[in-house]
Design a protein around this ligand. Structure first.
Ligand SMILES: Cc1cc2nc3c(=O)[nH]c(=O)nc-3n(C[C@H](O)[C@H](O)[C@H](O)COP(=O)(O)OP(=O)(O)OC[C@H]3O[C@@H](n4cnc5c(N)ncnc54)[C@H](O)[C@@H]3O)c2cc1C
Length: 320
């Protein structure tokens, strides 16, 4: 980065980009509570300042990473020599009409599920308890019980790499199991049109409560973690089962490196038991993958994304 950080932040404020911070600790924006400082950190509050931010990053050739709640991301202990643009409550409007929801990318998913249920809109209750934003959920095509948010998406509004707003159909989002076009193309999700179906609010609430109770029972929710670290690859699933079962059968529950431990509750969760670092995550993930490969002949792949200090982002195993 050629410009001094303070000067850079002032330049951003001067072009109308608000909520700019310098050297923001990324551990505060990661559900794993891991990550060094980001040179620049901006909380997104509207589309036009974001467009200016995208143009600025392009002009000065500064890496720009978009995040939501950081519940599926590992940041480096070194942080980021670039800009984090965070979607959160400053960009979280929701409009409802019948079974249609238009919601901003920063909406907190548990809140959206609750709102939809209260208005009698069924179809997204499978996402109850997923601790991310709508943008992050769409990017990951996340969900539970073999369902995915993409199933209810009708349209997405996104910013392309030139900062132009584009409207995309569900087909153009190329949703498949835990995958979307947003993982392959440089697009920033701004807003989504979801279409559910109408049902009694109490029926929807009951389904959501059942899902929440199951999650509470199955997942280690008390220690910082990033949800499922490894993806449920269909080929590996067929041969050996889901990653949690594979890791458990390899006897790795409770395995600890530094502050990171394979959860004794669910082996696909690596919990930060205190002072965990990105180095610990890398070492633990590498060790699990090696042991599993020797046992079953498959390399587990990561669902969780890693952001390098230089601003590259990809599934964690690609950096091992
Ligand atoms: C306890 C726990 C339980 C979980 N359970 C589940 C589960 O049941 N099912 C499931 O699918 N996931 C689960 N997750 C994982 C995670 O919560 C989801 O993937 C979530 O949707 C990520 O949202 P986020 O806002 O935190 O995204 P982040 O982690 O901030 O980002 C994830 C990816 O999305 C990109 N991104 C974020 N916002 C945007 C945007 N607006 N435009 C473009 N790209 C964007 C980021 O660059 C990054 O690559 C769980 C996580 C935890 C910690």
């Amino acid at each position: 980065m050629k410009l001094k950080l303070k000067k850079l932040a002032d330049k951003l404020r001067a072009i109308g980009v608000n909520n700019v911070k310098v050297k923001e600790p990324l551990s505060m924006h990661s559900s794993w509570k891991i990550g060094g400082p980001s040179d620049i950190f901006v909380e997104v509050e509207d589309v036009s300042p974001l467009q200016r931010l995208v143009a600025f990053a392009k002009e000065y050739d500064i890496p720009l990473i978009v995040i939501g709640k950081g519940s599926n991301i590992l940041f480096s202990d070194e942080g980021l020599r670039g800009i984090i643009a965070k979607f959160g409550k400053a960009f979280a409007n929701v409009k409802i009409d019948g079974a249609n929801i238009i919601a901003d990318a920063g909406v907190w998913v548990p809140l959206l599920v609750k709102l939809a249920a209260s208005r009698g809109i069924a179809g997204i209750e499978h996402a109850a308890g997923i601790p991310g934003t709508l943008g992050g959920l769409i990017y990951m095509n996340g969900g539970s019980l073999q369902q995915s948010i993409g199933d209810t998406i009708k349209r997405i509004w996104a910013l392309d790499e030139n900062g132009k707003v584009v409207e995309m159909t569900r087909k153009e989002c190329e949703f498949s199991y835990r995958s979307s076009v947003f993982q392959r193309k440089n697009l920033i999700i701004l807003r989504a049109h979801l279409e559910g179906s109408l049902d009694e609010p109490n029926n929807i609430r009951r389904r959501a409560i059942d899902i929440l109770a199951e999650r509470k029972h199955k997942f280690p929710l008390k220690q910082p973690n990033c949800g499922s670290v490894f993806t449920n690859n269909p080929e590996i699933y067929k041969a050996a089962g889901p990653p949690g079962k594979i890791i458990e059968e390899a006897g790795l529950k409770g395995l600890r490196i530094g502050g990171l431990m394979v959860s004794p509750i669910h082996a696909n969760f690596l919990v930060n038991v205190g002072g965990g670092t990105s180095k610990d995550v890398f070492e633990l993930v590498a060790k699990i993958r090696d042991i599993v490969y020797k046992r079953i002949g498959y390399w587990l792949e990561c669902e969780v994304r890693y952001v390098t200090p230089e601003g590259d982002i990809a599934p964690l195993h690609k950096f091992i």
